[in-house]
Write a protein that binds this ligand. Structure first.
Ligand code: KG4
Ligand code: ZN
Length: 347
């Protein structure tokens, strides 16, 4: 069989994206972001994001096809993120993708965006081995997954009981006065600071709660702890060493994520750990994971930076997996699922 060609479409949050993947090759990749329009509000405004998707949809998809030197008749299937994400945003991408599928008489797959974040590693590293673990760290998710079969079967090993790591960074960033999204600012400043300046709480790692939740995460105490530390300095009339605060935060979060992921790999006998989601762009996490992987003899598959944050390549790649596995396409009237569970790969 010749390699499957899939057009992937993404609109879960503030990126409108489309890409073409053939087999394991990224043929074209176009991303338009409305991030700048949200910055002054301190977070994504769903209505503004939905409108931006409606404006960007046709130009972005057209460019992805043009860059690939293709038209719709050349693709074997269309894949679109059907969840989880912002309902209005998902509705734009899914409606547009359905219209294209109907017009070109192509099968359509409504896929899970989060699983796409993991699937994208295949563009760099080749096929996902069977029965491996994946760490997903996006704006809304921090979970350790057991991937039996990327197209069909995934279960959750552990997850955050409160905030996601990305969310925690965004909250601390706001406290320190950085614009949305704050994650990249903490990363940049953290590279310059001393990681041992303040002790950042590491939830669910010690004592009974650590034993009961070996693979779960908790980051809700982090923001409060940092806020208290900053307030205490201010009360004493001392300057806030922003670089050091960022370094302490980034180092602590990277340590917890890496340690629990490695423990999971040992427990499950997984020699490979796949990483996915916007937070996997974080340099401290990348360094920690690679160092821990080396120490434990586990291959860590990190997406290249441009494929960490939301994009169409991840959607198209998962679409190729579904076509190859012979998974039935989604019904033409499938609905979006803004709270799609991580165990659902496609609808
Ligand atoms: O996966 P993503 O693009 O969107 C969701 O599906 O949620 O992830 C966005 C998240 C935001 O919280 C953003 O602050 C974080 O990824 N992020 C980073 C970095 N780049 C993006 N966090 C820390 N360091 C970075 N370099
Ligand atoms: Zn994402």
């Amino acid at each position: 069989m010749s390699e499957a060609i899939v057009l992937g479409i993404e609109s879960t949050c503030d990126e409108t994206a489309a890409a073409i993947v053939r087999g394991r090759t990224l043929v074209s990749n176009v991303v338009a972001s409305s991030m700048q329009e949200h910055a002054r509000y301190g977070g994504v405004i769903p209505e503004i994001a939905s409108r931006a998707h409606a404006e960007a949809f046709v130009p972005v998809v057209s460019k992805a096809l043009a860059d690939a030197n293709m038209d719709l008749s050349d693709v074997d299937a269309i894949a679109v993120s059907a969840g989880p994400g912002l309902a209005g945003c998902l509705a734009v991408g899914v409606s547009g993708a359905k219209a294209l599928a109907w017009a070109a008489n192509k099968p359509i797959y409504g896929i899970n965006h989060v699983i796409g974040h993991i699937a994208v590693t295949q563009l760099q590293f080749g096929d996902v081995p069977e029965d491996v673990l994946a760490l997903i760290v996006s704006g809304g998710h921090t979970s350790l997954l057991h991937v039996n079969d990327i197209a069909k079967s995934i279960d959750v090993v552990g997850t955050t009981l409160d905030d996601a790591a990305g969310e925690c960074f965004d909250k601390v960033a706001r406290l320190l006065g950085f614009p949305y999204p704050g994650g990249p600012h903490i990363d940049r400043h953290g590279r310059l600071g001393n990681p041992n300046t303040l002790k950042v709480p590491q939830g669910l790692t010690q004592g009974r709660s650590g034993k009961e939740h070996p693979y779960d995460f908790s980051f809700s105490g982090v923001k409060t702890a940092v806020a208290r530390w900053v307030e205490a300095r201010e009360a004493q009339g001392l300057e806030i060493p922003v670089d050091d605060v960022c370094a302490s935060l980034a180092n602590s979060v990277a340590e917890v994520l890496s340690r629990k992921a490695m423990m999971g790999c040992e427990q499950y006998g997984s020699k490979t750990l796949m990483i996915g989601g916007g937070f996997s762009a974080n340099s401290q996490l990348r360094e920690h994971l690679l160092a821990c992987g080396k120490e434990h003899g586990i291959e860590v598959r990190l997406p290249e930076l441009k494929l960490c944050t939301d994009n169409g390549a991840m959607v198209a790649m998962l679409g190729v997996n579904l076509v190859e596995a012979g998974v039935r396409p989604s019904a033409p009237d499938f609905a979006i699922d803004s709270a799609m569970p991580l165990t659902t790969v496609s609808l």
